[in-house]
Write a protein that binds this ligand. Structure first.
Ligand code: BES
Ligand code: MN
Ligand code: MN
Length: 456
């Protein structure tokens, strides 16, 4: 639409500058030292929604970080789009690996570098700006509700309660989310599923105190040695996970669906080169796209114990710890898998140690429909903006609240992400291409328009 194009062209620089203002706020949800910054960021998001033309916007306190809610109701008979996103970000460490400050956004080679540039401030803010385009050009076709949370990166535990308590307020026809990736600008895509998550922490305890590794070494279990053996035994030689019952509920994909998944453009050589690895590694019998999209996995995220300071200290440590995540696929349940893990991990511990297993936050896997009005509207919006229809893909990451939208609110979700897999989310030098930011702002208004047209 010409009026949209003109509005975006005239306001391009401001749209970028306003995103930078949000990116300068270190809204790290995991670290309580940043609580005031998280609160300040919520206020800034609320103000941006007011400036963009909503009727009502509020910062809703929770037991954790606040949720920003806003709405613009144009007509009781128009369909309602609930936009979900998150304004919190991951911690920025290790700081020394950043080329510029994580909270001092800069544009270099057409890319915005900052923590949250892609995940999710940049992608969430596209919806605020797209809404501004629609409202200021008087072309809103749908009612719009915004729910932007501050705890996605720490498991969204208070958002579930918010959904339960605000079912009426959150009534809508579809949830629209930009917090995932697409293949590339040349190959736009829509994710049609996300993996679930079970996140565990384990502790292996041996002797009641650290010991001299010469005086006692060889006679007493070393908890680090034991932990390594236990972790190594969680995969077999084919990289299958050995926890009994782990695969019992895994939905096997049909051959034709697997063929369709593997038909997506994917360059394994470029993938390896980008990551600096000579070869990939994963479950035998599955391609890289299948390994991240439709298969469950188990990974150690952190491991510690003993002496890690300068030089050498001969010590047989008293304990060892690890954080272990499992990505889940339909129809695995995070609670059930956490239980299976705990039972198995305790059962493989030798008598020479004791183990403690605790579960952190989890989330359920989701699959989104491709035959719905909302998916078709998203596909048509992308086709209009990119000149190509999107390829359906499966995402490897997790957004735990999506399963609850369906369970609590009865709402399906469209995952219209504009990030790229190599945007370094959760890593140093997170980036978001300026072109993707503007392309998102250009595409989203078409979704609203087509969704309204096709809903009638
Ligand atoms: N936006 C990501 C999830 C994502 C990224 C999905 C790329 C698909 C493609 C989200 O912010 C995230 O990082 N989620 C966490 C889970 C959460 C409970 C910490 C994840 O996937 O590790
Ligand atoms: Mn995210
Ligand atoms: Mn994230």
């Amino acid at each position: 639409m010409q009026v949209w194009k003109e509005y975006i062209d005239q306001n391009k620089d401001r749209f970028l500058e306003e995103l930078f203002t949000l990116l300068r706020i270190p809204s790290i949800s995991a670290d309580s030292a940043y609580k005031p910054d998280v609160a300040r960021c919520a206020e800034a998001v609320k103000q941006s929604l007011i400036d963009a033309g909503v009727d009502k916007a509020e910062v809703c306190p929770t037991a954790g970080h606040p949720i920003v809610y806003a709405e613009k109701i144009i007509s009781p008979s128009a369909p309602t789009v609930l936009v979900y996103g998150h304004y919190d970000v991951q911690p920025a460490d290790p700081l020394e690996l950043w080329h510029s400050g994580p909270f001092e956004p800069v544009v270099k080679d057409g890319k915005i570098y900052a923590r949250g540039a892609c995940d999710d401030k940049g992608q969430m803010f596209m919806h605020v700006k797209a809404f501004e385009v629609l409202s200021r050009t008087n072309t809103l076709a749908c009612n719009v509700k915004f729910m932007i949370e501050g705890e996605e990166e720490v498991g969204s535990s208070n958002l579930g309660t918010f959904l339960e308590q605000n079912k009426e307020l959150l009534k809508a026809d579809i949830v629209l989310v930009s917090d995932t990736s697409m293949i590339s600008m040349e190959h736009p895509s829509l994710e049609t599923g996300l993996r679930g998550l079970a996140y565990m922490e384990v502790e292996v305890v041996g002797p009641n105190r650290d010991l001299h590794s010469g005086v006692y070494g060889g006679a007493v279990a070393n908890p680090i040695n034991i932990l390594c053996n236990m972790i190594a035994s969680l995969h077999d030689e084919n990289n299958h996970i050995t926890i009994p019952g782990f695969y019992s509920n895994v939905a096997e994909m049909s051959t034709s669906d697997r063929e369709a998944l593997n038909a997506a453009p994917f360059d394994l050589e470029a993938y390896k080169q980008d990551l600096g690895v000579k070869d990939v590694l994963g479950e035998k019998g599955y391609t890289t796209l299948e390994r991240t999209g439709i298969r469950p996995t188990l990974d150690v995220n952190g491991i510690w114990g003993g002496y890690t300071g300068e030089g050498a200290k001969t010590v047989l440590p008293s304990k060892a710890n690890a954080k272990i995540s499992m990505r889940l696929v339909p129809h695995q349940s995070s609670q059930e898998i956490a239980g299976l893990f705990q039972k198995h991990f305790e059962s493989i511990a030798p008598d020479s140690v004791s183990v403690k297993v605790t579960a952190h936050h989890g989330g359920e896997p989701v699959v989104t429909p491709t035959d719905s009005v909302a998916y078709k509207a998203a596909a048509k919006a992308i086709e209009t903006a990119f000149g190509k229809s999107p390829i359906p893909t499966r995402g490897g990451g997790s957004i735990p609240i999506i399963a609850l939208f369906e369970k609590v609110l009865g709402l399906k979700t469209v995952l219209m992400g504009f990030g790229l897999d190599n945007d370094n989310i959760h890593s140093p030098n997170e980036k978001y291409d300026v072109a993707n930011y503007y392309k998102g702002i250009e595409t989203i208004p078409y979704f609203h328009r087509y969704f309204a047209e096709m809903s009638n």
